[in-house]
Design a protein around this ligand. Structure first.
Ligand SMILES: Cc1cc2nc3c(=O)[nH]c(=O)nc-3n(C[C@H](O)[C@H](O)[C@H](O)COP(=O)(O)OP(=O)(O)OC[C@H]3O[C@@H](n4cnc5c(N)ncnc54)[C@H](O)[C@@H]3O)c2cc1C
Length: 500
């Protein structure tokens, strides 16, 4: 058990994760006068999806109603209108305060005017961007700014493994650093651990997107919601060293052509290439299967001038973009997650969640492009303010120290291959009730095998594997329990009467 001498590690607000959502939380909490510990397993800023964001950050201009309508339409009417109001009404202030004034991000502009971009399913130009590498131009300055604030301690290469809970209240987390595990007690704990890309063989996310925060919260008893809504991005260049080709490229006029060079999107949706993401992703997958390949034809635009970063990425991989960029769908974003209110509070006392690991209701069954950075920023600021003013209460926490970290050889690799196979086959872009039933059974077994080791071992690899197996099971179960195709959850067969 934890002794008094070991409980010296306390903080006002413990933020877990250093993407845009964790950074915004830390900033807001520090501004309120809290002592903040920002723990991140990242060793480099690029270990967060926020770094890789391309198209940009959507922001309300003089169009709150149409922005709201676009979000609701992209979600198939399933987004929570109150949550969307919070996003739309706070967008401008959050962007001006943090991105313009505090961080001084140099968004692309022509003279005095910002160059607002347009992406699929947006009815207006409202996306602030820096070329097609917006994320790094936000996250780099954000981390530097936080490092200059005395009240904020950043602990890199430090993974949260478990929440410390007592009678439904969260008191901090066990943090692992350099193989050592210690409890850190916090007045409030804020999970900002990002997405779940590592569950799928092809994803746009960095490798560390293993669902840790969702797993810790769910295992502690927090509500999770909408887990079946996993978004696949339609245009990922998968030739070698995969990279995302931003929706902004289609927004500026690029066309999708199948293996017979035929433009196919008008046959799938009236908005053609600018249809919601889930529609385009399924169409690309089907046309690849039917005709062998799909390419993004960038000849209608001045590609190299408008998207020099992307042109450079093609060229460095030997892809001649002039004859079209080969694309396929890949896992991109989880719309659901830890259920939170308009200030990021979860169902557990003193636990908050922000960013991609949370479920605010803004995305419903399908996310509108370029609203994720904004959601992380807006909810991060709100949660950071709401999470302050609570003193840490060091309690007797179960000890995670002194356990044998060694795992059988190839244990992790074998489990990850099995998990990827079942997620790609049964819990991907198109699902069937029978496939989901099979996936749930396989994943339950796999989780049991991993759990058997977490009772006696504490290595970070093992906890990441646990994160993957728990979130995969949560996704498969939620999908199996939802008989209606909506947004990202698409059933290619209806459930039969005797499906249980
Ligand atoms: C290639 C790409 C392009 C994108 N383009 C856009 C775009 O143009 N516009 C847009 O709005 N959205 C875009 N998105 C989505 C958006 O970037 C993400 O949804 C958003 O940045 C998530 O922010 P976050 O802070 O929640 O998580 P992340 O930025 O992923 O940060 C999560 C952090 O948590 C840390 N972490 C995880 N587990 C633990 C643990 N157990 N202990 C400690 N630390 C942990 C990670 O190391 C990381 O630092 C894109 C995503 C990708 C991958």
């Amino acid at each position: 058990m934890t002794t008094d001498s070991e409980t010296e590690t306390t903080t006002g607000v413990l933020v877990v994760g250093s993407g845009i959502a964790g950074c915004a939380t830390a900033l807001a909490a520090a501004r309120e006068g809290a002592r903040v510990t920002l723990a991140t397993k990242a060793t480099e800023p690029e270990h967060a999806s926020s770094w890789w964001a391309q198209g940009g950050i959507a922001v309300t201009r003089d169009d709150p109603e149409s922005f709201k309508d676009d979000i609701l339409a992209a979600s198939d009417g399933t987004a929570d209108p109150d949550a969307v109001d919070v996003l739309v009404e706070n967008a401008r202030t959050a962007v001006e305060d943090v991105l313009f004034e505090t961080l001084g991000v140099s968004f692309d502009a022509a003279g005095e005017e910002y160059e607002y971009g347009r992406e699929a399913a947006h009815s207006k130009r409202r996306i602030l961007h820096v070329d097609a590498s917006t994320g790094r131009h936000i996250l780099g300055p954000f981390l530097s700014h936080l490092a200059s604030i005395d009240a904020v301690t950043i602990r890199q290469d430090t993974a949260a493994l478990e929440l410390i809970t007592h009678e439904g209240r969260v008191h901090g987390a066990h943090l692992e650093s350099d193989g050592e595990v210690e409890p850190v007690f916090a007045g409030t704990t804020v999970l900002a651990t990002g997405g779940v890309g590592a569950l799928y063989p092809q994803s746009t996310n960095p490798d560390g997107a293993t669902g840790d925060g969702i797993t810790m919260a769910a295992l502690a008893g927090a509500d999770v919601q909408d887990m079946e809504y996993v978004q696949f991005h339609p245009t990922v260049c998968v030739e070698s060293d995969p990279f995302l080709v931003s929706e902004a490229v289609r927004g500026e006029g690029a066309l999708l052509r199948n293996g017979d060079s035929v433009r196919f999107m008008p046959d799938y949706h009236e908005d053609a290439e600018l249809a919601p993401r889930d529609v385009v992703a399924r169409a690309v997958a089907r046309e690849r299967e039917r005709t062998g390949s799909v390419t993004l034809d960038v000849s209608p635009l001045a590609f190299a001038e408008m998207f020099p970063d992307l042109a450079g990425m093609c060229e460095s991989r030997g892809i001649g973009w002039q004859s079209g960029i080969p694309v396929a769908p890949a896992e991109h974003f989880l719309c659901g997650g830890i259920a939170v209110d308009s200030e990021g509070r979860t169902s557990l006392d003193r636990l908050f969640a922000v960013g991609e690991c949370s479920r605010t209701g803004v995305h419903g069954a399908n996310r509108l492009a370029s609203t994720s950075l904004l959601e992380g920023l807006v909810w991060g600021l709100r949660a950071g303010r709401a999470a302050t003013g609570v003193d840490p209460e060091p309690i007797e926490a179960p000890d995670l120290l002194d356990r044998d970290p060694a795992l059988p050889e190839r244990f992790g690799a074998e489990k990850s291959v099995r998990l990827h196979r079942v997620m790609a086959e049964h819990v991907g872009l198109e699902r069937t009730p029978e496939g989901l039933r099979q996936a749930t059974a396989v994943l339950r077994r796999l989780k049991g095998e991993v759990d058997a080791y977490t009772r006696t071992r504490t290595s970070r690899d093992l906890y990441e594997l646990r994160g993957k197996s728990v979130t995969a099971l949560l996704i498969a179960r939620a999908a199996a329990d939802n008989p209606s195709s909506t947004g990202c959850h698409y059933l290619s067969e209806e459930p039969t009467a005797h499906a249980d």
